[in-house]
Ligand binder design. Structure first.
Ligand code: NDP
Length: 318
């Protein structure tokens, strides 16, 4: 008998193809039909597949009394209350490692594109301004800068690995120092004051909410560039917009936003920002590897009783 799996919509279709031979899939309906659906079917599910950004709302998790495993398509799992899950003996898994390269490449790309004003200059050519107005204004070189990495984990390290060819001096801020040859700052504002570029790659959630606040942005300063590839709420977006508008911050490269998919019009109107729709890991190759790991965790659990990549809160359960 195939186990019943609750499938939170919006996941990669390749994942669906992979899971269908092993599980009977039920799609979680839209909000208005959820309560009735969960009252009727909640008890049948031992497994859930979801994404890090959609996560698993507390009310849905509470309505699944026999849940054993939540497999998350993403390394960030701030949309899932892993502590509550662990307390109930539910294993949460995620997809660490397989997306490091693409997310790190995206961080570097956003930095370079912001520094060299890539989207603005692309528009300059397309709008015929080069022909009409002549050469565009000069931009700032990313070479030989001081780069502060906020969050030096798997992806933060992959970002640091890419910096030597840029002649960068590397600083980092985390809660505890790491065994690395970069300069550690326990105080984030002090690091921002020292840095030309701040690249944010921490987890999301309550602990990092508005970690990049008005004070940090102010310290980064009028020549500074902020790159956020972490989670939108890690940056105080209102403070960011105000600083960009007033010229108190030089520029920003943003993959993530506070209220996705809504992006404030004020950001869209600024020339000194580069915007992306949360696609740092969204390449064919990486998404395939992530889908594979989501499926492998689920299949492994039901065949062997163990998983490959539990989140830290659930490690003791495996
Ligand atoms: P890791 O767990 O390997 O690294 C997280 C790092 O953040 C650690 O160095 C940790 O150090 C630091 N950190 C955690 N909490 C804080 C805090 N409160 N203040 C300062 N530093 C903190 O995770 P990954 O590198 O694999 O992934 C990082 C995050 O990147 C994910 O959780 C996700 O939010 C985001 N991400 C975004 C993607 C996108 O599409 N834009 C794609 C993939 C990931 P310490 O514990 O010492 O503080």
């Amino acid at each position: 008998m195939k186990p019943d799996l609750l499938y939170i919509p919006g996941l990669d279709t390749r994942l669906r193809d992979m899971l269908e031979p092993e599980f009977t899939l039920y799609d979680l309906p839209g909000e208005k039909d959820q309560a009735a659906f969960l009252a009727e079917h909640g008890a049948r599910f031992t497994a859930v597949a979801t994404s890090g950004t959609v996560g698993l709302p507390a009310a849905v998790m509470a309505a699944l009394p026999n849940l054993k495993i939540v497999s998350c398509y993403g390394v960030g799992y701030d949309g899932i209350d892993a502590e509550t899950a662990a307390a109930r003996g539910i294993i949460v898994t995620h997809t660490p490692g397989v997306l490091n390269d693409d997310v790190a490449n995206t961080a570097i790309m956003l930095w370079l594109a912001t520094s060299r004003r890539l989207p603005m200059l692309d528009r300059y050519v397309r709008d015929g301004r080069w022909e009409r107005e002549g050469n565009a204004a000069l931009t700032v070189s990313p070479q030989n800068r001081t780069v502060g990495i906020v969050g030096l984990g798997r992806i933060g390290q992959a970002i640091a690995d890419r910096l030597p060819p840029f002649g960068a001096r590397i600083l980092y801020h985390t809660r505890s120092p790491k065994d690395v040859p970069y300069t550690y700052y326990a105080n984030l504002t002090e690091m921002a004051r020292e840095a030309d570029v701040l690249i944010v790659i921490t987890p999301g959630g309550a602990e990092t909410h508005h970690l990049i606040n008005a004070e940090v942005i102010e310290a980064l300063g009028p020549e500074g560039i902020l790159v956020n590839v972490a989670r939108g709420p890690v940056v105080d977006e209102t403070a960011l917009i105000a600083a960009l508008q007033d010229g108190r911050l030089g520029g920003a490269g943003l993959d993530v936003f506070e209220h996705e998919p809504v992006v404030p019009q004020a950001l869209c109107e600024l020339d000194n920002v580069v915007l992306q729709p949360h696609i740092a890991s969204a390449t064919v190759e990486t998404r395939r590897a992530m889908a594979q790991l989501v499926g492998d965790n689920l299949i492994h659990y039901f065949r062997e009783g163990t998983v490959l990549t539990p989140v830290p809160e659930c490690q003791h359960l495996t």
